[in-house]
Design a protein around this ligand. Structure first.
Ligand SMILES: Nc1ncnc2c1ncn2[C@@H]1O[C@H](COP(=O)(O)OP(=O)(O)OP(=O)(O)O)[C@@H](O)[C@H]1O
Length: 273
């Protein structure tokens, strides 16, 4: 069987020493299958970003093991096995839309013709063909975020790590971006680990929603949205937002977040394949 996109085994992350110590993550085990969309949700400070940073090898666990497509996290980073998109689009203001998307390809030595074709493909994928020559300050927040997503996809990663990429957007733009992300994932087959504070966003986008508790950050339950009758994340359409299964999954995530799991939810909470 193919290696999972991510496997996190027995991970703790403790910051600082002795009395000033912060146990940001404790006993975290999580597997994200190839092509699977998994969201992390939990109160502020529960360690969501820390977990994402560990997977991206921007930080190192105190104990435990992290693999990305079967490789240690550092090797996966060196091999550019994933794309990253964070809340701030982080675009270079002096480069055009095309220039920003092209950057990772340029840094990694792709030749000019390859870069040109790939950038044109990506700009079309995120619907910004008319803005290829614009600069970031000429774009709305949603458009900037689309550029950041295109840039994260530049090297066709089979995994995307996204930390509240739509957190700064208004509700309408946010829903539109969620719909686009579903389409992009269906087209690219990429797995996603996605941090969010929004329950409906997590449910709409994900195959599974991982609920975390604060201090020390642990996984308290996992809601399999497909078990509520929704299509897999790649096949979701706007209509899913009105389905009964959607509301049921939202209620399950909410009850786990508030620490009042229903019996069924608690049973499903240990489902971590
Ligand atoms: N470099 C660091 N040094 C010390 N403590 C840290 C560091 N990074 C994170 N922490 C602590 O670890 C805990 C988890 O932080 P983290 O940013 O992962 O939470 P989060 O769930 O992403 O929060 P939010 O939803 O507010 O973004 C917090 O208590 C935070 O203060």
């Amino acid at each position: 069987m193919a290696d999972p996109a991510i496997s996190v085994t027995g991970v703790d992350r403790i910051f600082g020493k002795s009395r000033k110590q912060v146990v940001a993550l404790k006993d975290v085990d999580l597997t994200v299958a190839a092509g699977e969309f998994v969201s992390l949700i939990g109160p502020s400070g529960c360690g969501k970003s820390t977990l994402l940073r560990l997977v991206a090898d921007l930080d190192t666990p105190t104990t435990g093991d992290i693999r990305v497509f079967g490789k240690v996290a550092r090797q996966a980073r060196l091999d550019q096995d994933y794309g990253i998109a964070f809340q701030q689009a982080g675009l270079l203001p002096w480069r055009t839309v095309a220039g920003n998307i092209e950057l990772p390809l340029k840094l990694h030595g792709a030749d000019a013709a390859v870069r040109k074709n790939r950038v044109a493909e990506l700009i079309e994928l995120v619907g910004l063909t008319d803005f290829a020559k614009s600069h970031p300050d000429q774009l709305s927040g949603g458009m900037q975020q689309r550029v950041a997503i295109a840039r994260a996809l530049a090297e066709s990663p089979k995994l995307l790590l996204m930390d509240e990429p739509f957190g700064a957007l208004d509700e309408i733009t946010r829903e539109r971006m969620q719909n686009e992300l579903v389409k992009i994932c269906a087209e690219t087959g990429a797995a996603v680990l996605f941090v969010t504070h929004s329950i409906p966003e997590a449910v709409f986008l994900s195959d599974r929603v991982v609920v975390m508790s604060p201090r020390p950050g642990r996984i308290t339950g996992i809601v399999d949205v497909r078990a509520d009758g929704l299509a897999g994340a790649h096949d979701r359409t706007e209509r899913a937002r009105d389905e009964e299964g959607f509301f049921h999954a939202v209620a399950e995530v909410r009850s786990l977040l508030h620490g009042t799991p229903e019996t069924a939810t608690a049973a499903r909470g240990v489902d971590n394949r």
